[in-house]
Ligand binder design. Structure first.
Ligand code: PXL
Length: 244
């Protein structure tokens, strides 16, 4: 089973395409990686971003899909509304099932985008996607609605334009899942750590890998939450041997 990540490169490989490939490997699917932008950063400091042109991203996607039969993809850092539009077009063209990590700013505060991407995500990408995995602040940006409680998260999930997992790292570990309008809550104990770089990337990559291994949406989400949780506990999700 071949999957694809469309995202930026973090050379320290905790986040971005390199991290996604490690997670794909750990869960046992073959990963391909489309680079939307280079960044120079490490888990503690963000230096700069060098975006790839839309035309070239398009060529990267075509070159892989010309040879490989890919059904499930994930998207991460898409950098600009132009790239969001282009990726939405490719999803339609190749009939891809996309899990969207609606990356807008880095945990480290780095410049992953120059513009407000929420409008473009809502207009072009989310309506064509099978799942999005915002954290609380991303969910707030997508819905223009402040989330302080579990009830708020549920309301926000009802406003988001596709199925969603709103992650609860900033809401007492309360993860809110909305699949076809059906809500479920999964609470995880918060782990006291400052090593959370790339957790969002690895979560959406893990969901994509589990889906590709024929798990349904709900069990893919539950297994991926578990995978990332174990990774945070061990301080290294990239090399974790997945529970499959
Ligand atoms: O986790 C958000 C993210 C996504 N993509 C890239 C990143 C980061 C955070 O640092 O570097 C490339």
């Amino acid at each position: 089973m071949i999957v694809m990540s469309i995202a930026g490169v973090d050379p320290s490989a905790g986040a971005g395409v390199f991290a996604d490939l490690k997670t794909f490997q750990a869960i046992g699917v073959y990963g391909t990686g489309i680079v939307t932008a280079l960044t120079s950063q490490n888990p503690y400091k963000f230096f700069s971003t060098q975006p790839v042109s839309g035309d070239y991203i398009s060529e990267e996607i075509d070159s892989v899909l010309d040879a490989y039969d890919v059904k499930y993809i994930k998207t991460g850092m898409l950098y600009s509304p132009e790239i969001i539009k282009l990726v939405s077009k490719k999803i339609r063209e190749y009939d891809l099932k996309a899990v969207v990590d609606p990356v807008m700013v880095a945990t480290s505060g780095g410049d992953l985008t120059r513009e407000d991407l929420a409008d473009a995500l809502n207009k072009y990408l989310l309506p064509k996607s099978i799942l999005t995995t915002p954290n609380i602040s991303e969910a707030e940006k997508l819905t223009d609605f402040k989330i302080s409680t579990k009830e708020d998260a549920i309301k926000a999930s009802e406003m988001i334009k596709c199925n969603s997992l709103i992650t609860g790292g900033h809401l007492d570990g309360i993860n809110t899942i909305n699949i076809d309008g059906e809500i479920s809550i999964v609470k995880q104990e918060l782990i006291d750590t400052d090593n959370l770089h790339g957790t969002g990337c690895n979560l959406s990559a893990a969901i994509t890998a589990y889906l590709a291994k024929n798990n349904d949406m709900n069990s893919s989400i539950l297994k991926a939450l578990d995978y990332v949780y174990e990774g945070i506990k061990n301080g290294n999700y990239g090399t974790l041997i997945a529970k499959i």
